[in-house]
Write a protein that binds this ligand. Structure first.
Ligand SMILES: *[C@@H]1O[C@H](CO)[C@@H](O)[C@H](O)[C@H]1NC(C)=O
Ligand SMILES: *[C@@H]1O[C@H](CO)[C@@H](O)[C@H](O)[C@H]1NC(C)=O
Ligand SMILES: *[C@@H]1O[C@H](CO)[C@@H](O)[C@H](O)[C@H]1NC(C)=O
Length: 711
């Protein structure tokens, strides 16, 4: 058996590559349908690293060999490709114990940009413990259809090191078998594995939304909080005065939305709706869309000797045949994504700012004859997130949260834990980090961690820290942020885990939805046991149900009912609810019908409302017609600020709802309130909230005809 063979030098640095040409389709299942798969590929060759781009259409690849870990430890693997692909790894050096670790797929419509490792949850593996003393059989299957920039690459990283994914290079692979002297009819050496048969099934539901996966964030609220007395002297105090608040700056009406900045999230919460994303989604910068070839630096035979003859004016093109000048040009082309080693921490300043991307030109696929099937390329982890702006883009409604890179999130956690360890807490898991960028003064982080105390009890920490920009932190320091990372405790900027949260919902003649709301909040109470939330329904004398009676009959722990008369007015209805609240230290959540609340909503509202400082406007996912929450098809309501949490005292101090101007008109009252909140000197936290959905609902007969549309 090949695995008993002595490893010889020629085996090192390469893997076996089998090519199946001229076969349509974009899924790995399409490749397996090929009659000649897996024993009779068109070509059998080798490849020098696990990043391949033959620049051809309608083909499939099977790459296999051994992986040689460079150290003992827990590795995470990541796979990126256009179109679908699968990564399998054995638990040993045999072909028998293969497991599917990661995939881009399965429907055929999935694809990623080169080096884009975080588009789909399935692209990254669970941690795998490997030993440097051993070698492991692996197999990669790739299918390319007739369009797009073909590529497949496999990367790895040591768990929790924060260095990012690196492509697996030749020094860590070896051949499974040397086929150079064999005939096409010799097939005994070709491994047939669990990955080979047509019927290979996977557990993933086809086309299901990544956002629906379990996430530690969903249940964190159930873990008891670390008592605040442990936290008050962990970090030195500092004053918190962000540069972006605009107290007393007069705004034009509805201008406020321009002064709201999105927060960044770590780790990936999969609020990007990749399962319904179209190819020209706003996620990929326009110029980059579908033509990624330009920043894939091909590994070419060494041409240093002709380097001197270069004509620098030359125009690079990906033409079928390249002469030496062109090849050198390829090597020299402005390939910013490669020069910037994205494994390095980003300069904090740059997060949230738009950076120039390389111009991408149309690439013509090579003609059949001169395809270099083992054409490898250089690619770093492509952090498209770093190119996103924290401005609200109203045309961008499925791309989900801005993601914070681990190389930035983890050093902050580490710096904080270093101080907290003095109190004998140990880190169990990083559940959530929310960053709010202030390029002038320094960023604020909400750290959400699972910890163990000295007795081994599991506790959670949800704590704001501040990382002021220090004088000496100039651009040269971005490679090593840790020594400059001086966290402090933003004085006054802490949330209250016991604050009362009042959901206020104005209604009129919406019986079905009112029943649904009450049932949902009964369920919320059962799941959370939270005694500090209250439902306030303000009712414009509904005639289709007795709202008050329904509340009385419900199992809600707390509710209040206000009867109003006349036509429905959202602003006045909300204000009537606000007026019932006596306690200034409680939070108002301005709300609507048709919303589905995830169980963590109350905790989340509390965490992101800070009295005197911050209101919270989470973004809700509006479902399409005929779609359930479990399909998650629709769009994020990036322009709605109607769902808003704010301390009662803060709402009062900005004047409450504008009940004079926003009466029978529907819409606009949320943006107008936002203007006043910002002019009042508060900031507004905003991000997409997992599993927070707005049900599709009929607008028929709901409002008077004059209403400009119900949301
Ligand atoms: C290389 O190709 C370019 C563009 O096709 C052409 O202008 C140039 O003359 C070629 N150089 C050589 C040495 O063939
Ligand atoms: C094909 O590509 C590989 C890797 O980039 C390179 O080493 C090899 O020389 C190329 N083969 C040909 C025939 O150009
Ligand atoms: C969502 O975004 C798409 C693409 O920008 C746009 O065409 C569509 O109108 C948006 N939908 C809404 C309701 O804003």
């Amino acid at each position: 058996a090949p695995s008993c063979r002595k490893e010889s030098a020629e085996y090192k640095g390469r893997a076996n590559l089998h090519v199946f040409e001229d076969w349509c389709g974009s899924s790995t299942a399409d490749l397996r349908k090929n009659l000649h798969y897996p024993l009779y590929p068109h070509s059998r060759m080798t490849v020098q690293k696990l990043a391949i781009s033959p620049q051809r259409t309608s083909y499939g690849l099977r790459i296999f060999g051994y992986l040689h870990p460079y150290t003992d430890g827990e590795f995470e693997f990541a796979l990126s490709s256009d179109d679908n692909s699968e990564l399998w790894l054995s638990t040993d050096d045999t072909t028998l114990n293969l497991q599917l670790l990661a995939w881009v797929g399965k429907t055929g419509s999935e694809w990623t940009a080169p080096g884009e490792f975080e588009k789909y949850a399935s692209q990254t593996s669970k941690p795998v413990r490997l030993s440097a003393q051993k070698k492991y059989f692996f197999e990669v299957i790739h299918k390319q259809n007739d369009k797009g920039t073909d590529h497949v690459e496999v990367a790895w990283q040591l768990l929790d090191q924060g260095f990012g994914f690196k492509v697996i290079e030749s020094s860590h692979i070896s051949l499974y078998v040397d086929e150079s002297a064999l005939l096409v009819s010799d097939v005994a050496q070709i491994p047939q594995t669990a990955a080979s048969p047509q019927h290979t099934a996977t557990k993933q539901q086809i086309g299901s939304a990544d956002m629906l996966r379990e996430d530690l964030r969903d249940t964190l609220y159930r873990v008891p909080l670390v008592h605040s007395t442990f936290l008050h002297d962990v970090l030195p105090d500092c004053s918190y005065k962000p540069s972006y608040t605009i107290k007393n700056v007069p705004l034009y009406r509805y201008q406020g939305v321009q002064f709201v900045h999105m927060s960044f999230i770590y780790p990936n919460d999969y609020t990007r709706l990749t399962h319904i994303e179209t190819e020209n989604s706003c996620f990929y910068p326009k110029r980059l869309q579908l033509r990624f070839a330009r920043y894939m630096k091909l590994d070419l035979p060494d041409m240093q000797d002709i380097g001197e003859q270069l004509n620098k004016q030359y125009h690079m093109q990906m033409t079928p045949k390249r002469n030496h000048t062109q090849i050198q040009r390829l090597k020299d082309s402005e390939l910013q994504p490669l020069e910037r080693d994205s494994a390095l921490p980003e300069k904090p300043k740059e997060i949230g700012m738009k950076m120039p991307l390389p111009v991408v030109e149309k690439s013509t696929h090579r003609s059949g004859t001169d395809t270099n099937w083992s054409q490898t390329f250089q690619i770093n982890h492509l952090n498209l997130q770093a190119h996103r702006s924290d401005q609200i883009d109203l045309g961008c409604n499925i791309s989900g949260n801005l993601l914070l890179h681990s190389s930035e999130a983890l050093p902050v956690v580490k710096a904080f834990m270093k101080q907290l360890k003095k109190k004998q807490f140990t880190l169990v898991r990083v559940v959530n980090v929310v960053k709010h960028v202030d390029a002038a003064k320094g960023s604020r982080y909400l750290l959400e961690l699972e910890l163990k105390d000295v007795n081994g009890q599991l506790l959670r920490l949800s704590h704001y820290v501040y990382a002021p920009i220090l004088q000496r932190q100039h651009s040269l320091s971005f490679k090593q942020p840790e020594p400059h990372l001086k966290l402090c405790n933003p004085m006054g900027f802490q949330w209250n885990p016991n604050a009362n949260v009042h959901f206020i919902v104005p209604v009129k003649n919406q019986a079905r939805w009112v029943q649904q709301l009450i049932a949902d909040l009964e369920q919320l109470f059962i799941e959370t046991g939270d005694l500090n939330f209250n439902l306030i329904i303000t009712d414009y004398s509904s005639t289709d149900m007795d709202v008050k009676k329904a509340l009385q009959k419900s199992s809600l722990h707390r509710y209040q009912y206000v009867k109003l008369s006349g036509n429905f007015e959202r602003a006045a209805g909300l204000q009537a609810g606000v007026d019932l609240i006596n306690d200034d230290n409680s939070i108002v959540f301005l709300c609507d019908l048709h919303i589905n609340f995830p169980p963590f909503i109350i905790d989340t509202i509390r965490k992101h409302c800070v009295k005197g400082y911050m209101a919270f406007a989470p973004i809700v996912l509006r479902l399409d017609c005929g779609v359930t929450r479990l399909e998650a098809r629709g769009f994020w309501e990036v322009n709605g600020f109607g769902l808003l949490g704010i301390y009662k005292s803060d709402l009062d101090s900005v004047g409450g709802m504008n009940t004079k101007e926003f009466r029978d008109r529907w819409g606009g009252e949320d943006w107008e309130l936002l203007d006043r909140i910002l002019m009042g000197g508060l900031e507004v936290e905003r991000f997409y909230l997992r599993n927070f959905v707005h049900h599709f609902h009929s607008k028929r007969g709901m409002w008077r005809q004059s209403s400009p549309g119900y949301r």
